[in-house]
Write a protein that binds this ligand. Structure first.
Ligand SMILES: [Zn+2]
Length: 259
């Protein structure tokens, strides 16, 4: 099913949440510099380092960005677009759509898109800030001219949502850096995995998806994968995926539009 007779597809996606992931969870975090600095690291250190790695491996990736992050860090979003990567929609604020009214959800969609299209006219993808949909989400995706979503876990290949023009590009926790590395002072319940463990998990899942002819969609967050030890993991892993010449490495939009 893949272009160039490839056995499988792979894409690298980054949810550039920066400070908004904490503000979306609790607006009071907006006045807590210590909390926000976790996301600030993503903009300050991680994104430039990630862009350098992607350039070195000649990989074009997809960056899902909340509109407010683009307003707060316009220079970083300009760098992402200038390097040839795909810019995609990740809300205006980083608020779970399940906590919004239909009107509020539409305002998030409209405002986020307005900001992002100021950076790139080619915004076609939507990932909700919680990987969750409401009864109105797919209708909004269509209404605002987007063509694909990347939120659900029910397949390993892209598919079209019945009765709509919207393509789903499925994701999964196993391929999310947050599931393996997330830790913050609010919980103290998570453990931080070693990069060796995560490399092994991702390589095994990659080989399994390749064997089944699926699309390997890796979800990462600059503030998480961009720690120095994990940049080394990403460097090695990009090389590993690229060494499989039968795998089509593309952006999320390219993979979704191949359906
Ligand atoms: Zn996010």
């Amino acid at each position: 099913m893949w272009p160039r007779d490839a056995a499988a597809a792979a894409c690298f996606t980054f949810d550039f949440d920066a400070e908004e992931v904490w503000i979306g969870e609790d607006p009071a975090n907006g006045s807590r510099p210590g909390v926000l600095s976790q996301g600030g690291y993503g903009a300050r250190v991680a994104v430039p380092a990630i862009l350098e790695l992607l350039e070195r491996h000649q990989v074009r990736a997809t960056f899902f960005v909340p509109g407010r992050v683009a307003e707060r860090h316009p220079g970083r979003v300009e760098q992402i677009v200038a390097a040839g990567h795909e810019l995609a929609h990740h809300g205006y604020t980083h608020t779970s759509v399940t906590s919004l009214s239909p009107e509020e959800e539409e305002e998030e969609m409209r405002r986020g898109l307005e900001v992002l299209r100021g950076f790139s006219p080619k915004v076609t993808g939507y990932r909700s800030p919680s990987w969750e949909l409401t009864p109105v989400t797919l209708g909004l995706v269509e209404k605002y001219g987007l063509s694909y979503c990347s939120n659900l876990m029910d397949d390993i290949r892209p598919y079209r949502h019945p009765g709509t023009s919207v393509v789903e590009l499925p994701i999964q926790w196993i391929l999310d850096d947050a599931a393996h590395f997330w830790f913050d002072g609010a919980g103290w319940t998570n453990t931080i995995s070693t990069t060796a463990d995560v490399r092994s998990i991702w390589q095994e899942e990659f080989l399994g998806i390749r064997q089944m002819g699926g699309a390997f969609v890796l979800t990462m967050h600059p503030q998480i994968i961009g720690r120095p030890s994990r940049l080394a993991l990403l460097d090695a892993f990009l090389g590993y995926v690229k060494s499989h010449e039968d795998v089509w490495v593309a952006t999320a939009a390219e993979i979704a539009s191949s359906l």
